[in-house]
Design a protein around this ligand. Structure first.
Ligand code: NAD
Length: 475
């Protein structure tokens, strides 16, 4: 597409376009808005590693603290071949707004290492991860009260375990050391429910959006997720779990897209079976009974009710937005829709449930993990048996007074005391539902706010501004 007005805005510029749209609806001093908008600290680092073939290689990494209005700051670490400073700044800024929206008491941060993980062995990735962590330690860019990283694109529990171990090695005996990073394996101080948290949060958020009868009527959709045709881009952590929870809720997953192509089956795909096929063959293509779509971007343009981009930024652009047929774009990835695309979609009455809200489930459960690490006790451990004994007494009392006998299944369901994963999921559900209504209230009550992203940014800007004002920084 030929542009009339120069190059497309960068990712960070795009985030700032959204910020300014919301800021123009506030009457805070310009200096305060600028302080909210700018990254507070940017650390760029280059370090050498030795490859297994004996070669030396210089690796580039970044860690950006977008906002110190609350500490620690928090945000994932991304491993990808195209990572750059602008992208890390954009992702860090999104973290500030995201944490504010879901009332997670952190400032925003993000990290990035420019590597293509497919080109390195597990040992080499371990070496890079430990060295990157050491560089963060040297500059005080990591620590339970300073900056708490988490997984993002290209990283997962394995990398988080290496980061925690490196941090603890440099801080022997620091009792809260495990709280220096979240998304760890459960055996290394992680929390049950973190791996699937972002996808589960997307499901809770989407479910809440679709329960609003009036909003669904405007889209000519029936309320609820059941029967809705869904396309998911990216079958990694976020995409797989979002697809899985939507499938369990009765959605028909008509297409799943990966890097090299997509598979399409209008009657619905079995998410687990496609994921297994991808693992076993190394490609999503040629899944039995489904049609291959190549190039992969064709999947975004399929006729469907809900499109969940869950891979990377800048996927829905000014170029393909006119061909997007989904009625709802549920942003699982960070920044999947460019500002230009957003204009086109909004003009066509597409509901965009924005990333800053919808993928906040990961950081919400990371917050629970951090609290768990600081309190040194698993959620549910103290109260579970006591709760179960109380419920058991209630069941007995009901049985005695009514003569009704509960069967074993009913009894188990009633007396079950909350364990860690129950509490994590309950906290996540409460957070996603509560935040959705905060955003919707702004969206519906202020006639200047015509889309959910602006409402979400406005919600975030107000909370961060209040925090600065209450700190007395802007008397
Ligand atoms: P991941 O590495 O687990 O998975 C990403 C998947 O996308 C991979 O399977 C990859 O092959 C695929 N992919 C890459 N390019 C693609 C393309 N052009 N078309 C289709 N598929 C493609 O990463 P993730 O953790 O699932 O992160 C995905 C997105 O969600 C990122 O934008 C990330 O910032 C965001 N996010 C992640 C979390 C989290 O908890 N992991 C939380 C919030 C937001």
């Amino acid at each position: 597409m030929v542009r009339a007005h120069g190059p497309a805005p960068s990712f960070f510029e795009t985030v700032n376009i959204y910020f300014e749209k919301a800021a123009s609806l506030c009457d805070y001093p310009r200096g305060l808005l600028d302080q909210i908008k700018v990254p507070n600290a940017v650390y760029a680092v280059q370090f050498p590693i030795r490859r297994e073939n004996g070669d030396y290689e210089v690796i580039s990494g970044w860690r950006v603290h977008h906002s110190h209005h609350r500490t620690p700051v928090k945000g994932g670490i991304r491993y990808a071949p195209e990572v750059n400073e602008d992208e890390v700044k954009a992702l860090a800024a999104l973290m500030t707004y995201k944490c504010a929206i879901v009332d997670v008491p952190f400032g925003g941060a993000k990290g990035g290492v420019r590597i293509d993980t497919k080109k390195y062995s597990a040992d080499e990735i371990q070496q890079i991860t430990r060295r990157y962590t050491t560089e963060l330690i040297k500059k005080n860019f990591i620590g339970p009260g300073v900056d708490v990283p988490a997984p993002d694109y290209g990283t997962g529990p394995r990398e988080m375990a290496w980061i925690a171990d490196t941090y603890m090695t440099f801080h022997p005996g620091q009792i809260d050391g495990l709280a220096s990073v979240t998304g760890k394996p459960v055996t290394q101080g992680g929390i049950r429910g973190r791996v699937e948290a972002t996808g589960r949060g997307i499901y809770y958020g989407l479910r809440e959006a679709m329960l609003q009868t009036e909003d669904m009527k405007a889209l000519k959709l029936s309320p609820g997720l059941a029967g809705k045709r869904v396309v998911v881009q990216g079958l990694g952590n976020v995409g797989y779990h979002a697809a899985k929870f939507c499938e369990e809720a009765g959605c028909v997953i008509i297409a799943l897209a990966e890097r090299n192509g997509a598979v399409y089956r209008p009657q619905g795909l079995d998410v687990d079976a496609v994921a297994k096929h991808l693992r076993e063959t190394g490609s999503i293509l040629n899944y039995p009974g489904a049609e291959n779509l190549v190039p992969t971007h064709a999947a975004l343009e399929l006729d469907c009710d809900i499109l969940i981009p869950a891979a990377l930024e800048n996927q829905i652009t000014g170029e393909n937005a006119p061909r997007i047929k989904a009625k709802i774009v549920a942003e699982g990835a960070n920044g999947p829709t460019t500002a230009e695309a957003e204009k086109i979609l909004l003009a066509r009455n597409v509901l965009i449930v924005p990333d800053v809200y919808l993928n906040a489930g990961g950081v919400t459960v990371s917050y629970f993990e951090w609290v768990k690490n600081l309190s040194h006790v698993r959620f549910g451990r103290v109260g579970k048996r006591f709760e179960e004994a109380s419920f058991e007494r209630v069941v007995h009392a009901i049985e005695r007074s009514t003569g009704h006998r509960f069967d074993d299944g009913e009894r188990r369901a009633i007396v079950h005391g909350a364990d860690e994963v129950d509490l994590v999921n309950s906290g996540l559900e409460e957070t996603m539902i509560g935040a959705y209504h905060q955003i919707r209230e702004i969206w519906k009550s202020d006639s200047r706010v015509t889309d959910q992203r602006t409402a979400a940014f406005l919600c975030a800007v107000r909370k961060v501004a209040t925090s600065y004002l209450e700190l007395g920084v802007f008397p």
